[in-house]
Design a protein around this ligand. Structure first.
Ligand code: DAK
Length: 263
């Protein structure tokens, strides 16, 4: 792989988009490599992923404008599909994904962070959807995910004005969960991921699915989705160990050593 690095640290996998000369902009090769990296994640030994960008200036400065500038309609459609497929793969990935946004998150960069479950960022992070200034609409889910995350009014303001926002404003509107000094960001992401990884993996996966799927339907249907995924946890080693530890008052036995069980 030329533009993606993957490192596993315990139960946590760290995916780094590594194209700093172009501020980690997403060209076709980056998208292909990201897709292949996600396909290769070992779901037996990994419990959470972190997505970040190489260098200290940019998470992802958007889709690659140079590559896009010469696309025909058909090629533009194919590029959009490639991006959307990878973003959707991230969004529906069985494991929680934390975006550690270390600088610019513009256009496709903001959009890829929104395909992750949780966003935290560095103090120098800048978010924005500048597409209308380039003569296009946000095309990697920006019109849909931003409105769901921060509300339609704020999303429309950001998208129509193409104005970038800084980390503190991203925090204020709920686009990111926390802001850290740049040098602490990755450690904080790893700490959060380790906290997730210490919990029952089947339960965590089912929570992600319940929240994601439930948000697409009305409350009556959402509750049925929740019931199914709740029931699905029973008879697992995790459920037996987790409840058994509580009843035996044995906090030391926690769930940390229970490997992922497919039942
Ligand atoms: N694409 C390609 N190269 C980029 C880039 C980008 N998005 N952003 C930066 N670079 C490159 C620059 O060209 C420069 O390369 P060299 O000239 O050194 O070879 C290098 O990165 C450093 O950038 P700057 O010299 O510009 O650095 P500055 O610190 O001065 O400025 C900046 C940083 C982030 C403010 C500036 O680079 C910038 O404005 N970049 C563009 C940001 C942007 O507009 N991003 C949104 C792209 S549009 C679709 C789906 C999705 C999309 C499109 C279609 N379909 C469904 C079809 C998505 C669209 C987008 O994301």
């Amino acid at each position: 792989m030329e533009f993606i690095t993957y490192e596993q640290d315990g139960f946590v996998g760290v995916i780094t988009i590594n194209r700093p000369k172009a501020l980690n902009a997403l060209n076709s090769q980056v998208l292909d490599e990201l897709n292949d990296t996600l396909d290769a994640v070992d779901l037996e030994t990994t419990r959470a992923l972190i997505l970040t960008g190489a260098g200290d200036k940019s998470f992802v400065a958007g889709a690659d404008i140079g590559e896009m500038s010469t696309l025909t309609k058909a090629e533009g459609e194919a590029f959009g599909k490639k991006g959307n497929d990878v973003f959707r793969k991230l969004e529906t990935f069985p494991l929680p994904v934390i975006a550690a946004v270390n600088g610019f998150a513009l256009g496709g960069g903001c959009e890829i962070s929104m395909s992750c479950d949780i966003r935290i960022c560095s103090e120098n992070a800048i978010f924005g959807q500048p597409e209308v200034g380039l003569g296009i609409t946000p095309g990697f889910g920006g019109t849909q995910r931003l409105a769901r995350l921060v509300g339609a009014g704020m999303a429309k303001q950001m998208i129509y004005t193409a104005r970038n926002i800084k980390a503190d404003e991203a925090y204020r509107i709920g686009l990111v969960n926390a802001v850290y000094p740049a040098e602490e960001l990755l450690d904080q992401a790893k700490k959060m991921a380790a906290g997730i990884a210490a919990n029952a993996p089947i339960a965590v996966r089912n929570c992600k699915k319940a929240i994601n799927d439930g948000l697409q339907v009305d409350m009556d249907q959402a509750i049925v989705i929740e019931e199914k995924l709740f029931g699905d946890c029973f008879e697992t080693e995790d459920q037996k160990a987790g409840m058994g530890n509580f009843l035996e008052k044995d906090k030391e036995k926690k769930l940390k050593v229970v490997p992922f069980q497919n039942k």
